[in-house]
Design a protein around this ligand. Structure first.
Ligand SMILES: *Cc1c(COP(=O)(O)O)cnc(C)c1O
Length: 234
């Protein structure tokens, strides 16, 4: 039962991604689906893995490292949640990308831990596009400066931008935010900063991933539409 439900959900998300790509005249291969599996049990992740998904997103270090140890080793893990500097050492070199770099001090710690492991850690700069008090990330007008600073760290590689758009009723309300993030990425790209790439734009969640794709998202982070509602009480 649960398995059928998950596969049905995944199929529906895939169809919606494809339709959004069609509307936007984009290739399906240019959009990566990250299955956001936070709070979900291993058995659920395994069903989605068996269906072919190799990108998973988690937002808590302890849960992430536990799942990395338990799940198959060919998974690309994405750290999408707020990251404290004292926890960087547990995930450096183990994740495909850290989506939530919002300060130079955090990037500096990632640089130290990546260097220790002999790797270059791909990261995204998190943008608080609507300047919400409840959200992490730098403001749109602070992003370029942070990119310039982080560019000097040789074991960290900026790959693009990430944003968590406001929780709105009508997804269309976030279109302008997504558009602003895309424009910012183009703008920073033009600066040709050494060691800064702007090829990845991580935006769009269950509520608004189709609009995000239409506005240029390369990575969508989808949890609820695949796994169902999360229960934080268990
Ligand atoms: C939980 C989470 C998601 C997925 O949210 P859904 O609305 O369940 O799709 C995406 N991005 C981040 C950063 C998250 O914490």
């Amino acid at each position: 039962m649960r398995k059928e439900e998950l596969l049905e959900n995944l199929k529906s998300v895939e169809e919606r991604i494809e339709a959004a790509c069609d509307r936007a005249g984009r290739n399906r291969e240019d959009v990566t689906l990250i299955a956001v599996s936070k709070t979900m049990p291993i058995e659920d992740l395994q069903v989605i893995y068996d269906a072919g998904i190799r990108q998973f997103g988690e937002n808590k270090v302890q849960e992430l490292t536990g799942k990395i140890e338990t799940m198959p080793s060919d998974i690309n893990w994405h750290m999408i949640g707020h990251l404290q500097r004292n926890k960087v050492k547990y995930i450096a070199g183990k994740v495909k990308m850290i989506h939530s770099v919002d300060s130079y001090r955090l990037a500096e710690e990632i640089n130290i831990q990546a260097k220790k492991k002999g790797v270059i850690e791909p990261v995204l700069i998190e943008i608080n596009a609507a300047d919400e008090a409840s959200k992490f990330g730098v403001r749109l007008d602070e992003a370029k400066q942070l990119c310039n600073e982080v560019a000097s760290l040789d074991s960290v590689k900026i790959m693009g931008l990430m944003t968590i758009a406001p929780n709105v009723v009508v997804p269309e309300e976030n279109r302008e935010i997504f558009h602003k993030i895309k424009c910012l990425a183009v703008d920073i790209e033009k600066e040709n900063i050494d060691n800064v790439d702007m090829s990845i734009i991580s935006m769009g969640m269950t509520n608004d991933f189709e609009v995000a794709i239409e506005e240029g998202a390369t990575h969508v982070r989808v949890g609820t539409a695949i796994f169902g509602k999360r229960n934080y009480n268990i």
